[in-house]
Design a protein. Structure first.
Length: 328
């Protein structure tokens, strides 16, 4: 088990005393869809002065049903306070970004969003070194970022926090068992019919990504989903552009998607996989680690759940800063 060291405690004290970095709204295209992001630049950098590109940069992806103002924005800001140019953005169909139907969860478009975010950072030639761009994925983006990096060699360092593979989650029972083809085929049949209804009526069926009220949480509710209510539906993490829903037929788009199958393609670029020791999603990070080649690291944060790590950064931030500084 990994425990906070004296150096990490002192590091966090310094972070708290630093000036908060304010984001700049930016926009870029991702497969023809307008994507809106928040760019965080260290206070010491003057973006208007043209000079040799030298700073490392990090793309930060948000969870399923999330937006850039939540956990991805928190990590982006704190990483910028430690010398990185960072970009947190709303995925296509989410938040302020474009794309129809709204709240569609398309793994391949989400992957393209990561790649186009890298392209955007590469254009900031006055501040960003295009050879020093990394990516951090949180929850579902913890699957999308490695998947993007498998084929996009511009991403020089890959990190995840509470990684979650949406494809495996659909294919298997909670992503950790065997494929129930009867249930999966039924789900696909329903999704196919939803396409017909959309074509005939223009009506989009939405599903909840988490419990919307405390009464919907039962003893059978997975911990991550139960805690989703506490994060997304209370002042802790609630945001008006994050309604906690997704297009129900998105399951069809996830059914054959696999975040980690080709992890070996990332090597020799380094991979860091961070998870909470009490998370019910540990098996995703462990599978990614098993399928990856060196250099790779699996890092456990004691006594933290999946969603604890969304806004509890006392252990994750020092680890990420150290990893990115060494890797970029």
């Amino acid at each position: 088990m990994q425990f906070p060291t004296l150096s990490s405690i002192l590091f966090l004290a310094a972070v708290r005393q630093s000036h908060a970095v304010s984001p700049k709204r930016v926009e870029f295209e991702s497969n023809g869809i307008n994507v809106v992001g928040n760019l965080f630049v260290p206070d010491s950098v003057n973006m208007d002065s043209v000079r040799h590109a030298s700073l490392p940069a990090i793309v930060v992806g948000h969870p399923w049903s999330g937006v850039k103002e939540q956990t991805s924005g928190l990590y982006a800001r704190q990483l910028a306070e430690n010398g990185f140019v960072t970009l947190a953005f709303d995925a296509a169909y989410q938040g302020e970004s474009g794309g129809l139907p709204r709240y569609l969860e398309d793994p391949h478009q989400r992957t393209e969003d990561v790649k186009y975010a890298v392209s955007y950072l590469s254009t900031l030639s006055n501040i960003v070194d295009p050879e020093r761009i990394g990516a951090l994925g949180i929850c579902a983006s913890g699957g999308y970022v490695p998947y993007a990096a498998q084929t996009d060699k511009r991403i020089k360092a890959i990190a995840t926090v509470s990684a979650f593979d949406v494809g495996r989650n659909v294919q298997e029972a909670w992503g950790g068992g065997e494929v129930n083809y009867t249930a999966l085929n039924h789900m696909l049949s329903v999704s196919s019919q939803m396409r017909t209804v959309e074509a005939e009526t223009g009506s989009i069926e939405l599903a909840y990504a988490m419990p919307m009220t405390p009464e919907q949480i039962t003893s059978d509710t997975p911990t991550m989903y139960a805690e989703g209510y506490d994060y997304y539906r209370t002042p802790r993490g609630m945001h008006p552009r994050s309604p906690g829903v997704y297009v129900a037929r998105s399951t069809e788009l996830m059914a054959t998607y696999d975040s980690f199958l080709a992890m070996r393609l990332i090597s020799p670029r380094p991979v860091l996989l961070i998870y909470g020791s009490r998370a019910d999603t540990i098996h995703f990070s462990k599978r990614a680690y098993e399928l990856a080649a060196e250099p790779k690291e699996l890092f456990s944060v004691p006594n933290r759940t999946h969603i604890d790590l969304y806004d509890s950064t006392d252990v994750t931030l020092p680890k990420l800063v150290d990893f990115m500084r060494k890797s970029l």
